[in-house]
Design a protein around this ligand. Sequence first.
Ligand code: NAD
Ligand code: WQD
Length: 339
Amino acid sequence: MTMNVLLTGGAGYIGSHTAIELLDMGHSVVIVDNFSNSKPEALNRIREITGKNFKFFEADVCDSAAMDKLFSENEIECVIHFAGLKAVGESCAIPVKYYRNNIDSTLTLLETMKKHGVNNFVFSSSATVYGDSDKMPLTEDMPTLTSGSPYGRTKLMIEQILTDACSADPELSVVLLRYFNPIGAHKSGRIGEDPSGIPNNLMPYISQVAVGKLPKLGIFGNDYPTPDGTCVRDYIHVVDLAKGHAKAIDYAASHKGAEAFNLGTGVGYSVLDIVNSFIKVNGIDLKYEFQPRRAGDIPECYSDPSKAERELGWKAERTIEDMCRDSWNWQKNNPNGLN
Ligand code: NAD
Ligand code: WQD
């Protein structure tokens, strides 16, 4: 069944890749974004890659009047809420802005959806809601957030808000997608992750060192209780993640209530695994040095993704080699990102 899907934050990294998957499958797409962390060129690239058009609204999702107008002018059947601020460190420096943006945008959407009789909601949650668990792999029924950042707490609070909204409204259907570590890019090399300023995350940092924009990678800690001493994460190709959203909107349309799913591969790779794979797959050199641990990092984090396979019919297919190849293909073809 094809649907008319609203993608908030659809000009961003995960939203733009999801827009491509949905358009390729024949869904109609409406995007709203305020470009607080993305560029209009992303929209051109989505059109170029898919050969399809979609409606775009430049607006803040916290703006009720703008959202009311958008829902009045479009027969939205499902909302995927990507829009949000996502930098962990920044959220410690400006927590109020993070709470305002991430929570207010969700509340505004819930109110506007209720007014317009829209019942299907897919939310970009995060593995960060599991906090500092010492049991791996992580399953959806494990306790959430024993420690973490204001950013992580916005995700947990929003999960709770959405779950409460479902308890009170038997028509509402919410899918909470807990992403692990998305990396990689569309195989065309025309869209990819385009952080502003110096990247916080590992893969964009590696890519920018490889392309010569940054002198060397600092690996944060090599004395963790992991096989090679560097932290272990569940990296997932952004295109696999995007495909998970296509399954989630089908699930939302045929279920009621709130349900959480891990979207990961189930395999943990260390920072050195990623660095070595990037070097090998792409045949290039990469300068790195070990540096002290980064505050707030946990030694290991990887998913049990079997619930998503069982109930959504989704499984990650792309390998770590695919992720490293596609990240580099994007970066080398767009050394300055999207302009
Ligand atoms: P991104 O910053 O590339 O995309 C988010 C988009 O939302 C941007 O285009 C930004 O301009 C837009 N936006 C933010 N606030 C807005 C608002 N109030 N109104 C309109 N637009 C707004 O981030 P991403 O990596 O694509 O992440 C998408 C979602 O997934 C976020 O909610 C993020 O917290 C979540 N997530 C990301 C990761 C990750 O590692 N990338 C992991 C887990 C969860
Ligand atoms: C991965 C590993 C670093 C940069 C974050 C958020 C999480 C989720 C995904 C949104 C860690 C190491 C990194 C560098 C390094 N986002 N590293 N040098 O921290 O696992 O997860 O993004 O929800 O909530 O916390 O991802 O890419 O920052 O780090 O050594 O320059 O790479 O220490 O071990 P992280 P990351």
